[in-house]
Design a protein around this ligand. Structure first.
Ligand code: ADP
Ligand code: MG
Length: 450
């Protein structure tokens, strides 16, 4: 096999084992440049990705390559041309001396950053290590490694904490860099009030165009706000073209944000996309212990175990549980034991799990493809609705175990054979076509991971 073929075959295998976000992030623009004397040389776009791939996937890659070509016994990793190009474009501007003084504090205030959200207090586990590593790299080299950095994950899983940690790190170590943190809703309301003032809009734009690092939290709230997206797009481009760092967060990947201008979406996808998923038990326990340490709390191990075993999908709720116990302890001046803890936390723990309805699935499919629910349910044969409809049918069967007659009924009173056909077609399609598989994965994530 030539370099291209063997690398494609390797990627195909790697892809099976990692999330689409990871795959796109780390393996984009990689390749084999040489196979010589039992050594394959792999080229990777920058040194950060090189290190990551080497550490995380090095063994796997060697094994796959060796299986494909038994002569290969060793791998050399090389940074490809990309880095040189990116590095050359960037410039550092040093302002006049004597301006520093209280700069750091001042910077933090102006940057709109809370000093408690730091990397030190951010617990790393398998669920967030990608986002953490990328965020850390960006904080060490803003504007140079990954631009934009797009972090996504469900609510309460640490996006804001991570974004602010990046800001804090830069403000502290690179005090000459001007950082601005802004939640997207504040950006929107700021823009609206700027429009009303004379020259307001010019100074509004200038404020964001003058930063070195723009941290924009919860970008999903720009969905459907065309005017705000338009202004944001211009600011984004200006910063990007000047090698200024942009960091974004969202509760879903760019692809799944409905009513987002295509040009913004493709800008976001052009950078680094890192997901935060759910913490595993060990990490949940580690987070609880860290929070206890921070607040000098002393809860027994069985209490922490109880919390970590029962609150699985939200770090904020883990913290909330501790605070609940603390409040009780302060009030009663009694040490909380596991029995008390259980009864205090019952409400939190037993909160009803969201019931997923066919309607929710259909809505998610419609949102994902920018269609109306009634289009998905209709019997139209337009190409752009046929596939989404089949996907919706597939998900109702696969995930909700709805019967074929029910599904047929639901979609314009059709026969059960239509539902069977759609289900089988999509089952095959997922195996054949990685785009479809990815799309379905994203929709699934949207519906089921709330
Ligand atoms: P999001 O912005 O994703 O909704 P936040 O960043 O606001 O979530 O996090 C919610 C709370 O959980 C915050 O108090 C934050 O400090 C804490 N938290 C989240 N992830 C971590 C983590 N990995 N380590 C320590 N604390 C965390
Ligand atoms: Mg947040």
């Amino acid at each position: 096999m030539n370099n291209e073929e063997i690398w494609q075959a390797t990627l195909a295998q790697i892809q099976l084992n990692i999330s689409p976000a990871n795959f796109a992030t780390w393996f984009k623009n990689t390749g084999i440049t040489e196979q010589n004397d039992g050594k394959a040389t792999i080229s990777i776009t920058n040194s950060f990705a090189k290190e990551w791939i080497q550490n995380k996937y090095g063994k796997t890659i060697l094994k796959i390559l060796h299986d494909l070509n038994p002569q290969i016994k060793e791998i050399e990793y090389q940074v490809g041309k990309m880095e040189a190009k990116i590095l050359r474009r960037s410039t550092t501007v040093f302002p006049a001396e004597g301006q520093l003084g209280l700069q750091e504090f001042q910077n933090q205030k102006e940057a709109n950053i809370n000093s408690k959200y730091t990397f030190d207090s951010f617990v790393i586990g398998p669920f967030n290590e990608l986002a953490h590593a990328a965020g850390w790299a960006v904080s060490q080299n803003p504007g140079k490694v990954y631009n934009p950095l797009f972090v996504y994950g469900r609510v309460g899983l640490g996006k804001t904490h991570l974004l602010q940690a990046i800001g804090n790190e830069i403000v502290t170590n690179l005090s000459l860099k001007k950082v601005q943190y802004i939640p997207s809703e504040r950006f929107t309301s700021g823009l609206i009030s700027a429009i009303r003032k004379k020259d307001g809009i010019e100074s509004f734009k200038a404020k964001y165009r003058n930063v070195d690092v723009l941290i924009f939290d919860d970008i999903q709230f720009l969905s459907g706000k065309e005017k705000t997206q338009e202004e944001f797009f211009h600011i984004f481009n200006h910063l990007y073209e000047n090698n200024k760092q942009i960091v974004l967060s969202s509760d879903r990947p760019p692809k799944a944000i409905s009513a987002l201008a295509e040009r913004l979406r493709s800008r976001f996808e052009g950078g680094m996309i890192a997901d935060i998923s759910y913490p595993d038990y060990e990490t949940r326990l580690a987070i609880l212990k860290t929070k206890c340490q921070e607040r000098k709390l002393n809860f027994s191990d069985d209490i922490l175990d109880y919390i970590a075993s029962n609150i699985e999908k939200n770090v904020r709720e883990l913290e909330g549980a501790l605070l609940r116990l603390l409040a009780h302890q302060n009030l009663t001046q009694q040490v909380v034991d596991v029995g008390i803890a259980k009864s205090l936390l019952q409400k939190l723990v037993l909160a009803p799990k969201k019931l997923i309805t066919p309607k929710a699935v259909i809505k998610a499919v419609a949102d994902f493809y920018d269609l109306k629910e009634k289009d998905v349910l209709s019997s139209s044969r337009r190409q752009e609705v046929v596939k989404p409809r089949q996907i919706a049918m597939y998900l109702l069967r696969e995930e909700l175990k709805n019967s074929y007659p029910f599904i047929g009924q639901k979609f314009g009173g059709r026969d059960h054979t239509t539902a069977i056909y759609a289900y089988e077609k999509m089952s095959k399609e997922i195996k054949k076509n990685s785009n479809t598989a990815e799309e379905i994965g994203l929709i699934r994530q949207q519906v089921f991971s709330a």
